[in-house]
Design a protein around this ligand. Structure first.
Ligand code: PMP
Ligand code: GLN
Length: 386
């Protein structure tokens, strides 16, 4: 038995969703919308199930989806990708992360990770034999500084793993911060796995800057995306990894023995969705921004102080500033058990020296879900604030 797995806890997402089910709570923890995704994309999946092949698709993914990914990024992010050599379809971004970490990390390699970090990164890096080195980001702005990067980016760093926009902080790295990172990566002749699953879920006119588009980064970046996030279909697990052929080749060797392929009808439907016009993406963002604003306003009226939410499905609460002296895990525990709302403690995203005063709430819900949750959160603050 591998000791890493034997001693590993269940992920915070499953733990909090489990508690939500047990206690009958409103689940603002794990990030998923309570809608069922765009009807035409779901219909395309249903049609493909009956009208198209249900046998193994090609290992790299259906050609129509690889072409749709390349076309989508050409249109939305001005990146030119070769659909045949630079796009590999995976079973969610999670498999793309696993494949790219397995393919790019050799035992003993130093891997730079930014905390807070998405839960899958560290266990995968450790299992691959990598030596993690952490750069710590802090509220309220979660900024990446030249000083922190220079302290961490020693010549032995071969790989960095970045998430932008960043879950759980709901922040986005600026073009200047990305340029600082790109500069060190190029100087070190290193590579970055950039998890950009939240690239379309950005608000207030912001635009996502793909790391791959920065000078020197085209051949040094593995860009990871997910249809689950782009179309609010989180259960579908259709993702992809895009990289120059010298990286894509080893990535595809790792992918061939993880899942080899992904359900063809879902691939066909995501290909259909990626071709939707700009209006769809603008409306999707406006819809989420409206839900964000509804939750932020309700929380504010209840006396909570929230941190900015530039993207993702999430809004962070600053507990101390909200007059709550409990740590995040203690607050989330009481919130779900006594007040019927599940949330995620941000300390779960730190491997060391955690920030313990921030809680993540998911606003990607209908008003009928958000409004009672706000009422319960208001009760919780009355009970827990000093
Ligand atoms: N990376 C990040 C930062 C995420 O937030 C998520 C899921 N929300 C994933 C990866 C996993 O994506 P998928 O469901 O496509 O595997
Ligand atoms: N990415 C989702 C979140 O941040 C959870 C995904 C999962 O449960 N593995 O809530």
């Amino acid at each position: 038995m591998n000791p890493l797995y034997a001693s590993m806890p269940t992920t915070i997402f499953e733990k909090m969703s489990g508690l939500a089910r047990e206690t009958g709570s409103i689940n603002l923890g794990q990030g998923f919308p309570d809608s069922n995704g765009p009807a035409d994309v779901v219909a395309a999946a249903a049609a493909a199930l009956t009208d198209a092949s249900n046998q193994y698709p090609p290992m790299a993914g259906l050609a129509v989806l690889r072409q749709a990914v390349a076309g989508h990024y050409r249109h939305h992010q001005q990146i030119a990708l070769d659909a045949d050599r630079e796009v590999i379809i995976t079973s969610g971004a999670t498999e793309a992360l696993a494949a790219s970490i397995l393919a790019l990390v050799s035992p003993g390699d130093t891997v730079l990770l930014f905390q807070p970090l998405y839960d899958a990164y560290l266990p995968l890096v450790l299992r691959a034999g990598g030596i993690p080195r952490f750069v710590r980001l802090e509220p309220p702005h979660w900024r990446l500084t030249a000083e922190a990067l220079d302290a961490a980016f020693t010549p032995d760093v071969r790989l960095a793993i970045l998430n932008n926009p960043l879950n759980p902080t709901a922040s986005m790295f600026s073009a200047e911060e990305l340029a600082l990172l790109a500069d060190r990566v190029v100087r070190n002749d290193a590579v970055v796995i950039c998890d950009e699953v939240w690239e379309h879920v950005v608000f207030d006119g912001r635009r996502h800057v793909p790391l791959m588009a920065l000078p020197g980064m085209r051949d040094r970046t593995v860009k990871i995306g997910s249809g689950g996030k782009i179309f609010s279909l989180t259960g579908w697990k259709v993702g992809w990894m895009c990289a120059a052929p010298r990286l894509a080749e080893p990535l595809s060797r790792a992918h061939q023995f993880l899942t080899f392929t992904t359900a063809p009808n879902l691939q066909a439907a995501v290909a259909h969705g990626l071709g939707k016009d700009d209006g769809y993406f603008t409306a999707m963002r406006a819809d989420f921004a409206r839900s964000r604003d509804r939750l932020v306003q309700g929380l504010g009226e209840a006396g909570y102080v929230t941190l900015p939410s530039a993207g993702t499905y999430f809004v962070p609460i600053d507990l101390a500033a909200s007059g709550i002296m409990l740590d995040d895990a203690g607050f989330c525990d009481r919130l779900v058990r006594d007040h019927g709302v599940a949330a995620i403690p941000v300390s779960a995203f730190y491997a060391e020296n955690p920030v313990t005063s921030v809680v993540r709430l998911c606003f990607a819900k209908r008003d009928e879900t958000l409004d009672p949750a706000i009422g319960r959160l208001a009760d919780a603050r009355r009970a827990m604030a000093r």
